[in-house]
Design a protein around this ligand. Structure first.
Ligand SMILES: C[S@@+](CC[C@H](N)C(=O)[O-])C[C@H]1O[C@@H](n2cnc3c(N)ncnc32)[C@H](O)[C@@H]1O
Length: 201
């Protein structure tokens, strides 16, 4: 997957297609994570969540990881350099320090990965998470026919524009559970197209 081409257009395409729905999901648990000090923000794209995280939490320091150079540049413009370390790399291969993070954030990133990739990623990140760490996830749901149609259309869009190979949403929940995380709270959007989840170890 290479998001360089769509990176500058990503926010307005999202706004046009989904209004404020995804942005509300990304921000939903910000009031709950004010205690976080070390955050890992994975596949954050153009940095809209990262900027809000830094605004809401003046003490947090974040590691941002994304595959796309253009996305990283945009994130750096939005969120600044002060409390963030930026890394352009594959999250599946990145070296994370052990037992380091008390917060992990993955918004609309799991959908880029197949089940075996998701297993690898969650396993590696779980090793980098401290006991008691929180993990916030925003993701699409495919519980209804309209939602399944929407997600199929989105996969087609990303296949054409970024070369995304993944064709189907994998279920991250059993994988997070198998690594000791439990779902503390979740909130669906109207129409149940997307969900924000707060997990804790
Ligand atoms: C669908 S976009 C979501 C971006 C952002 N999190 C959001 O909420 O809009 C997926 C992002 O994950 C990045 N990405 C995809 N595969 C990745 C990987 N293996 N490692 C790191 N980043 C990856 C892409 O470059 C892109 O920025």
């Amino acid at each position: 997957m290479n998001c360089d081409l769509i990176a500058p257009h990503y926010w307005w395409i999202e706004k046009l297609g989904m209004g404020g729905t995804l942005e509300r999901r990304r921000r939903w648990f910000l009031p709950e994570i004010g205690q976080a000090r070390r955050a890992l923000v994975l596949g954050d794209g153009d940095g809209r969540f990262l900027r809000e995280l830094l605004r809401h939490n003046p003490s947090v320091r974040a590691d941002y990881v994304d595959l796309s150079r253009r996305m990283l540049e945009l994130a750096r413009l939005r969120a600044g350099r002060e409390r963030v370390s930026y890394q352009q790399c594959d999250g599946l291969a990145a070296e994370f320090p052990r037992s380091n993070y008390d917060l992990v954030a993955t918004h609309f990133f799991f959908d880029c990965l197949g089940p075996s990739e998701l297993e690898v990623l969650i396993g590696r990140v779980a090793e980098a998470a401290k006991p008691g760490a929180r993990w916030i996830v925003s993701e699409f749901c495919v519980a209804t026919i309209p939602a399944r149609l929407l997600v199929s259309a989105l996969y087609l869009f990303f296949r054409v524009t970024t070369g995304l190979k993944t064709r189907k949403l994998a279920d991250h929940r059993p994988i997070l559970q198998s690594h000791g995380f439990r779902l503390v709270s979740s909130r669906h959007s109207r129409g149940a197209f997307v969900v924000s989840e707060l997990w804790e170890r």
